[in-house]
Design a protein around this ligand. Structure first.
Ligand SMILES: [Zn+2]
Ligand SMILES: [Zn+2]
Length: 408
């Protein structure tokens, strides 16, 4: 089994950390216990150059960091070397059927040569140099056609499908039906990224999604956020293995996902950030969608949008549904356990101590025996992880771009 996180960004994307470089991404993938990490931003020429310089091919369609660039870092028991797979995200802004649509799509490719070929064609449509996640005036359907025409083995995944302003089903940007977006090519899509603000049970409420593999990725803008959501594969470690696992839904090769609690996401609830209004969907409906502070329209979040499109009651589980685990990042568990802020030096030190004695973060959160954690990390963190594993946590839901707040 291996864990994969495909959707991430490099230092060439807007609002990302300068640390989003191959050597730091590799180090953090080791710390987290991620077997395959996306490169992100394959459309950016500077980033492709850097990837060519620092990575070498490993298994078919995968890459590994060159030894010279490897950062020394102690993670107990982590003797694996994370692989890279070529990925990128494109923001399509276009008019369709009388409305402006803004849809983000994630593309996974079997190599840097294919990334080069596809980028050459996209170059003719828009600027790929100013942002690692380029904005193109290209219809999502036409983008999909161009991707498959350039590379038939490409994997095309509509990204964070519920995000209000930039997604396939977004309340302010998308469509009510995937077929309206991708038309005759809808059948070429076999996976959808559910995003941080929704979890599998929310998505199971739409029978329209039954035919798709529901994937989860971190959309990390800094290496520390890698794997905050991720995918678990039980298949051959290769591009082909990954592609077939995503495509062949009847098998267990795509095992399941690691999730945020959806309330942690930035758009779970409805509300207005600047007006401090955070509402459940029923609150919004009761108020006619109007903010009591500024009188403007409330930003409708993911839970509300899912309910609007759902054709099944809460709690429905389709027969082919995959398992999932809801986790909170280890540094948040530590911060909560020692009553310190997640970005403090104290938490950073404790995090590094913990992984250097116990093992990678996913092992600690998911599998490590509590008595081992207690012995090496102390009683408070152990209690935090125990509560996390049985879901005994409190979350103030995120809304209108504000992350949810966790208390363990
Ligand atoms: Zn996006
Ligand atoms: Zn307001």
């Amino acid at each position: 089994m291996f864990i994969a996180d495909f959707h991430i960004h490099s230092k060439y994307s807007r609002a990302t950390s300068k640390e989003c470089v191959p050597e730091m991404l590799e180090m953090w993938a080791r710390r987290k216990g991620i077997g395959v990490v996306g490169t992100g931003d394959f459309t950016h020429p500077g980033w492709r150059e850097e990837l060519k310089e620092k990575l070498v091919p490993s298994e078919e369609g995968l890459y590994i960091l060159k030894d010279d660039f490897r950062r020394e870092d102690k993670v107990a028991g982590a003797d694996f070397e994370p692989r890279f797979v070529v990925t990128g995200e494109i923001s399509s802004i276009y008019k369709k059927n009388g409305k402006v649509r803004k849809v983000h799509n994630l593309i996974i490719l079997p190599g840097l040569e294919q990334a080069e070929a596809l980028s050459q064609r996209l170059e003719a449509i828009g600027n790929l140099h100013s942002d690692g996640r380029p904005i193109l005036g290209l219809d999502s359907r036409d983008l999909l056609e161009m991707v498959l025409d350039t590379c038939p083995e490409a994997i095309f995944i509509p990204a964070h499908i519920w995000t209000p302003h930039f997604s396939l089903f977004g309340a302010y940007s998308g469509f009510d039906d995937i077929r309206e977006c991708f038309g005759d090519l809808t059948g070429s899509i076999y996976a959808l990224e559910t995003g941080l603000s929704s979890d599998p049970p929310m998505n199971w409420r739409l029978s329209a999604l039954d035919g798709f593999t529901l994937v989860s990725n971190s959309d990390a803008h800094s290496p520390m956020n890698l794997g905050r959501e991720a995918n678990i594969f039980d298949t051959e470690l290769s591009y082909k293995g990954i592609m077939e696992a995503l495509r062949d839904r009847g098998t267990k090769k795509f095992y399941g996902t690691i999730e945020f609690f959806p309330e942690e996401g930035k758009y779970h609830y409805d509300g207005h950030r600047k007006c401090n209004v955070c509402w459940s969907p029923s609150d919004t409906i009761a108020a006619g969608g109007i903010c009591p502070v500024c009188g403007g329209r409330i930003t409708v979040g993911v839970l509300h949008r899912v309910e609007a499109l759902a054709d099944r009651p809460e709690g429905f589980r389709p027969s082919e549904a995959k398992p999932f685990e809801s986790l909170v990042p280890l540094h948040e568990v530590i911060a909560s356990s020692i009553a310190s802020s997640a970005s403090s030096a104290k938490v950073k030190r404790k995090y590094e101590d913990t992984i250097s004695t116990l093992g990678p973060e996913f092992y600690i959160l998911r599998g490590a025996p509590l008595k081992d954690i207690e012995l090496l990390a102390g009683p408070y963190i152990t209690e935090g992880i125990r509560r996390l594993r049985c879901g005994e946590i409190e979350i103030q839901p995120g809304y209108d771009g504000e992350y949810g707040k966790i208390r363990i």
